[in-house]
Design a protein around this ligand. Structure first.
Ligand code: SAH
Length: 221
């Protein structure tokens, strides 16, 4: 029990103070959405990475999570969720690429209901354990190919993709609600963050910051 408390509250490099400092840096870097900042202040990021990397969990870096995948750096998580959240209160959100589950945990504080899809089964089960440990119950995890989105739960008023595609998967456009927004990295070697908005007349696309994500791969593993 004492161990569990220590792991959650953290000590030294994994403490609430370290987390608050991360949030201060995010503010300095231009993140303005208080809901996202509060969520990132409350989710212990070190729970989602290997214990050997826990002391670096709050640094401005992406970190390996196994299977050749990475947890995105805090700035990019904040930026993507800020963009997603700027269209009004989020009810139902779909995340493609659960990875270690960190972004899903942050999303769970911002949206009412989160669906998250991951193609690598062992990563998904690790994510499931971490979310359970944090008593987060409004995230539904699915082992599936995110190229197909998630029929279960569709349509979504927000879709966020944590892996880069060369084009927007059609299923995701279909599963975006009218009035909804999708945030995703698009490209191959060179990638840009993209915001897609849907209204009753169709879709519009805004191209933004240069980014670097792992590729969206086909099928499950
Ligand atoms: N949001 C994650 C970031 C994980 S990195 C986090 O907070 O840790 C991107 C993830 O996308 C990887 O876990 C990778 O396996 C997954 N991915 C890549 N292609 C996918 C696909 N077609 N369907 C679902 N997940 C996919």
């Amino acid at each position: 029990m004492a161990d569990l408390i220590k792991r959650h509250n953290g000590i030294g490099m994994t403490s609430q103070r370290t987390r608050s400092r991360m949030v201060e840096r995010l503010r300095e870097q231009g993140i303005r959405d208080e809901e996202v900042l509060q969520a990132m202040n409350s989710v212990p990021r070190h729970i989602f990475v290997d214990e050997a990397l826990a002391s670096r969990a709050y640094d401005d870096v992406s970190l390996p999570i196994g299977f050749g995948q990475t947890i995105s750096n805090p700035k990019i998580v904040a930026r993507m969720l800020e963009l997603l959240n700027s269209g009004g209160k989020l009810a139902k959100v779909l995340e493609i690429g659960t990875g270690c589950g960190y972004q899903a945990a942050v999303l769970s504080k911002v949206a009412k209901e989160v669906y998250s899809v991951e193609r690598i089964a062992p990563l998904l089960s690790k994510a499931r354990n971490s979310l359970k440990e944090l008593r987060i119950h409004n995230v539904k995890l699915r082992h599936a190919d995110g190229n197909l989105g998630s029929k279960d739960g569709a349509p979504f008023d927000g879709i966020v993709m944590a892996a880069a595609a060369t084009h927007v998967p059609k299923a995701l456009l279909d599963q975006l609600a009218i009035g909804g927004r999708m945030v995703l990295p698009l490209g191959g070697q060179e990638q840009r963050l993209c915001l897609i908005e849907r209204d009753s007349r169709g879709f519009s696309e805004t191209i933004m910051d240069e980014v670097k994500f792992v590729p969206l791969l086909p099928g499950t593993n």
